[in-house]
Design a protein around this ligand. Structure first.
Ligand code: NOJ
Length: 549
């Protein structure tokens, strides 16, 4: 977070406008109980590390009671802690410890769907068609003879049809229920007032326990077209993990929910002056659509995924950044940048392809992209391990894969286990200090030997590590008025290079090519993602300078 400042003559300072939040994937962060799975006490133990890194807050992936069909994004009880991760007392200790260190805590709330083990879904299965219990979800009769065909042609995001047929209490094949992800994740019916009321109870439950806000899963979901008609292009829906079915996503009613949740947050802020934050996982087709989610009375932030999806190419990056600045920041909001998360192939690997393995190109580009992201106006999210320069683990054997996408599509394409491998902390061999368990305790996903190179202890001791780049970038963001919230001005450059100025004299440039180019500023850089001699910007490198007049 940059210091209190005036931007364009307006005091726009709200902590979240340019916050840097660290995403903690709890089961892979640090295991304090020795079962090979990370937990809340582990997160608490890791807070000093995060404070040293200099982030403003953390977002915790779901830790609620759950059968873990989708690693916690299948919630059976929204107002408790799964024993695998701890308990409410441990949660309270974590929040208190984070508060003492000045680290804000965001929880992950999952309002589009729950777990098929949620008591309300179990009640729905036991109740009759047309009952109030079933009305909380989307139950419908099938089509075709005996209702044996799904009610419409929608595809689930993780493969297969979006409908599953139930066996009625009398043993006969019965109605179908809708699940946009896996069958273990039935979608809520947000047209039912009880559903909205229960989520408000959940928000208040955690706000009363002191959290600073929520990351909202599938925030362009929740409402479906009221008639549940066939999708116009089911093949397109099936081809991608993006939410493209216009009848299942991005319905206008969802904005009323965000207005209400924002009002709940404001109510808490009015009580104690602490601004709460709502950040939405918003996948919509255009930056302009995206901007509708961050209107002044809706979500504070929404992840802008176009940067994450852009290929390593100067024109592609410039296009998405310009669109975001115009269509999102242009409406008075800030852009929320993200390069990595628990659903995506890590940047080091993504940007490395198809470079020869071991060339270091992906690592260099990932560092350059990080420096670019931290120089952009707005907020940024860092996914655990990104600060260590961790690559994706691409060769996990099939029998350890847990991502339901693998099970449901039979394909390794786009599976998410490789970015979720437990973090290396210390030592030369797995578990690299990840677990406090007795010798032989295995992390829930196997760590490759080469993780030794990336262990946090090693990264902290080596000033050339990615960790130091992130830490230095965050320190400069906090110290320099030019960074954080505000605007940018593109500078003329040669093809394959991007350069922009921030405020009074800060310049960031990125060389997307592999050959060196003249630096846009003559002095020594303040910070660079790799060796950067004065006057030169080497290939796959980004740097920041102060351009003194
Ligand atoms: C998005 C989450 O990031 C992902 O991990 C999850 O599988 C889906 N939403 C469904 O909840």
């Amino acid at each position: 977070m940059a210091p209190h400042r005036q931007v364009d003559g307006v005091n726009r300072h709200h902590w979240w406008r340019d916050a840097v939040i660290y995403q903690v994937y709890v089961r892979s962060f640090l295991d304090s109980t020795g079962d090979g799975i990370g937990d809340l006490a582990g997160v608490r133990a890791g807070l000093p590390y995060l404070r040293k890194l200099g982030v403003d807050g953390i977002w915790l992936s779901p830790f609620y009671p759950s059968p873990q069909a989708d690693h916690g994004y299948d919630v059976a009880d929204y107002r408790d802690v799964d024993p695998v991760f701890g308990d409410l007392a441990e949660f309270d200790s974590l929040v208190a410890a984070a508060r003492r260190l000045g680290i804000r805590v965001l929880l992950d709330i999952v309002p589009n769907h729950c777990s098929s083990e949620h008591p309300w879904f179990r009640e729905a299965l036991a109740a009759a068609p047309g009952s109030p219990e079933r009305a909380r979800f989307h139950f419908a009769d099938g089509r075709g003879p005996d209702g044996a065909e799904p009610p419409n042609n929608w595809h689930a995001m993780f493969g297969g049809p979006a409908w599953t047929r139930v066996t009625e209490p009398d043993g006969r094949p019965g109605q179908w229920y809708l699940h946009m992800f896996t069958p273990e994740q039935p979608d809520w019916n947000w047209r039912e007032a009880e559903v909205a009321a229960d989520f408000e109870r959940t928000l208040r439950f955690w706000l009363d326990r002191g959290v600073d806000g929520f990351r909202i899963d599938v925030a362009a979901g929740l409402f479906k077209h009221p008639e549940l008609p066939d999708s116009p292009d089911p093949e397109a829906d099936a081809r991608t993990r993006d939410s493209v079915n216009p009848l299942a996503w991005n319905q206008p009613e969802v904005h009323d929910v965000w207005r209400h949740w924002r009002a709940v947050c404001e109510e808490y802020t009015a009580r104690d002056g602490r601004e709460r934050l709502l950040v939405g996982e918003v996948s919509v087709p255009t930056a302009r659509e995206h901007a509708r989610y961050v209107r002044a009375d809706e979500l504070h932030q929404a992840f802008f995924f176009d940067l994450l999806s852009a290929p390593w190419d100067a024109d592609a990056f410039r296009k998405v950044i310009s669109e975001a600045m115009q269509d999102i920041a242009g409406t008075g909001s800030t852009v929320t940048w993200v390069l990595n998360n628990h659903d995506q192939v890590r940047t080091v690997t993504r940007y490395g392809e198809p470079a020869p393995e071991g060339s270091g190109l992906g690592a260099a580009r990932a560092r350059a992209a990080a420096l670019l992201m931290l120089a952009l106006p707005g907020a940024a999210y860092i996914y655990q391990g990104e600060e260590l320069g961790l690559p994706e683990v691409v060769d996990l054997p099939d029998d350890v894969l847990t991502d339901p996408i693998f099970r449901r599509t039979g394909s390794r394409a786009r599976i998410r286990d490789g970015c979720r491998v437990p973090l290396p902390w210390s030592g030369q061999a797995s578990p690299f200090g990840f677990t406090s368990g007795a010798e032989g305790t295995k992390p829930w996903l196997p760590q490759p030997e080469y993780f030794a190179e990336y262990a946090t202890h090693r990264a902290l001791a080596d000033t050339r590590s990615s960790w130091h780049l992130y830490r230095d970038g965050l320190q400069l963001r906090a110290a320099l008025d030019q960074l954080g919230d505000g605007t940018l001005r593109w500078l003329d450059t040669q093809p394959g290079v991007l350069a922009f100025a921030r405020g009074d004299g800060l310049v960031c440039a990125v060389n997307f090519g592999t050959a060196p180019v003249p630096a846009p500023v003559s002095g020594t850089p303040l910070l660079a993602s790799g060796p950067c001699p004065t006057g030169v910007l080497p290939g796959s490198t980004a740097a920041w300078w102060i351009d003194a007049p």
